[in-house]
Design a protein. Structure first.
Length: 443
């Protein structure tokens, strides 16, 4: 919900308080110390539904390089420590497991209302009868089951009958074959949900959506969709950018107040941020001057940056909320992963948020950067992934794309605690989830 939405309806008091709590959350904190040195890193891949909502994640613990495969028991323990069962109380958690994990009952600690256990038929290396037995055991335990490697062969029918979700990979078929596969699966198994991996663009997502697929995975969410070099940023966001620029350049308070007054919704939002219980005000803040004094420049800058993702509406609202979730997780990770100074950690948080603004607005990054007063270090990384912050942004993006070994190499060159990256990443994810949960955005 953006600033202008306040002109349409009055939000619930508890939601306003929660929004304010997010916007004025404490400034950057020192990187969290991991409870134990553990090289296991939980990687999350976004799952987007038909409404463009980020409805869940696939959770995995990859290995490679000089790291050995994670044993089944350790895998389960790692995902439990990452609080996957808690997450799966509200949203989809897709968990790849083997049939041997099912047979040993090791999966049970991960079971939750929205956990979906993914079995890979091609990688299982076991007879179909044994795979079917594992799927049946999961179903009997009340769990949902996904299967990768399905076909239209008659031999697959017993497996598909036990399936809640069929995992398909777009690049494993020609487009004609893929369309036939999706059409026939929908005809033969009406209750079966189709999920597609390997989607690289919004055009591919729309194509799969038109063919009846329900879930979409790939890098398309954080890619620009039909960038228009001549596109203009809407007035509400331009007002926000102007206020952000004033904050960034330490403008005088009267100038900032004049800009904020242009948008009644923004004024209302800022006042609610200032009156959030977390600020401990004994009397109600009733003026913008008071609100700016209570919030401080850094808190207000962060709040406005987050709210930029909620100024849109219509068909893009769900997508924008999904992008906000990715941006919050990315920004928090960047903020807490280094031992840099407080000022530089604040700038890394902004890098994480701003790095998706071109995707959010459908405007070239060069045009956006040209409208904002940013430090040279921030400009360098946004325009070309260069400068002092470039390696940090590259590292977090590699982790998002399951390129763990390359990310670890960069972390090592930066002098970061490589073994602590997993804990820092999980803490950033938890922070973003809690922020969104307070407003109902992730439900």
């Amino acid at each position: 919900m953006g600033f202008l939405s306040f002109l349409r309806r009055k939000p619930k008091p508890e939601k306003v308080a929660a929004e304010a709590a997010i916007a004025v959350a404490p400034a950057a904190v020192a990187p969290p110390a991991p409870a134990a040195r553990n090289p296991a890193i939980v990687v999350r891949a976004e799952i987007v539904d038909e409404r463009h909502r980020l409805c869940g994640y696939r959770f995995s613990v990859p290995f490679g390089g000089d790291r050995a495969p994670v044993a089944a028991a350790e895998l389960v323990d790692t995902l439990v420590a990452a609080r996957l069962p808690e997450f799966a109380q509200r949203r989809m958690a897709l968990v790849p497991i083997g049939a041997e994990v099912v047979a040993a009952g090791l999966y049970l600690p991960l079971a939750a209302p929205h956990t979906v256990f993914l079995l890979n038929r091609k990688a299982a290396g076991i007879p179909d009868e044994q795979l079917a037995a594992a799927m049946a055991a999961l179903r009997q335990a009340g769990c949902k089951v996904a299967l990768r490697g399905v076909s239209l062969d008659a031999a697959d029918a017993p497996l598909l009958a036990l399936c809640d979700v069929a995992m398909l990979y777009l690049n494993e078929h020609t487009l004609a074959e893929f369309q036939t596969l999706t059409r026939q699966l929908r005809l033969r198994y009406p209750a079966l949900k189709l999920a597609v991996e390997g989607i690289e663009s919004w055009d591919e997502q729309r194509m799969c959506l038109s063919w009846g697929c329900a879930y979409f995975m790939g890098h398309f969410l954080t890619t620009s969709d039909k960038v228009d070099p001549d596109a203009k940023v809407d007035q509400s966001r331009m007002t926000s950018i102007e206020l952000l620029n004033l904050l960034r350049t330490d403008a005088e308070l009267p100038a900032m107040i004049d800009v904020a007054k242009r948008d009644p919704g923004m004024t209302f939002q800022v006042l609610n941020w200032a009156n959030a219980p977390s600020n401990g005000q004994s009397t109600k803040v009733t003026s913008l001057q008071q609100a700016f004094m209570v919030l401080g420049r850094n808190q207000l800058y962060r709040g406005l940056t987050v709210s930029m993702f909620r100024l849109g509406g219509g068909a893009s609202r769900e997508r924008d909320e999904s992008l906000l979730e990715v941006a919050l997780t990315r920004a928090r990770f960047l903020e807490t992963c280094s031992n840099l100074s407080q000022t530089k950690r604040d700038e890394l948080f902004l890098v994480g948020m701003l790095s998706l603004f071109d995707v959010l607005l459908g405007v070239p990054m060069g045009s956006l950067v040209g409208k904002m007063h940013l430090s040279d270090d921030i400009r360098d990384v946004l325009l070309g992934s260069e400068g002092v912050y470039g390696p940090y942004l590259m590292m977090v993006m590699l982790l998002e794309r399951d390129k763990v070994e390359r990310a670890i190499q960069i972390a090592d060159r930066l002098g970061l605690d490589v073994d602590g990256l997993g804990a820092i990443g999980q803490a950033a994810f938890k922070w973003a989830q809690e922020s969104l949960q307070h407003t109902g955005a992730a439900d």
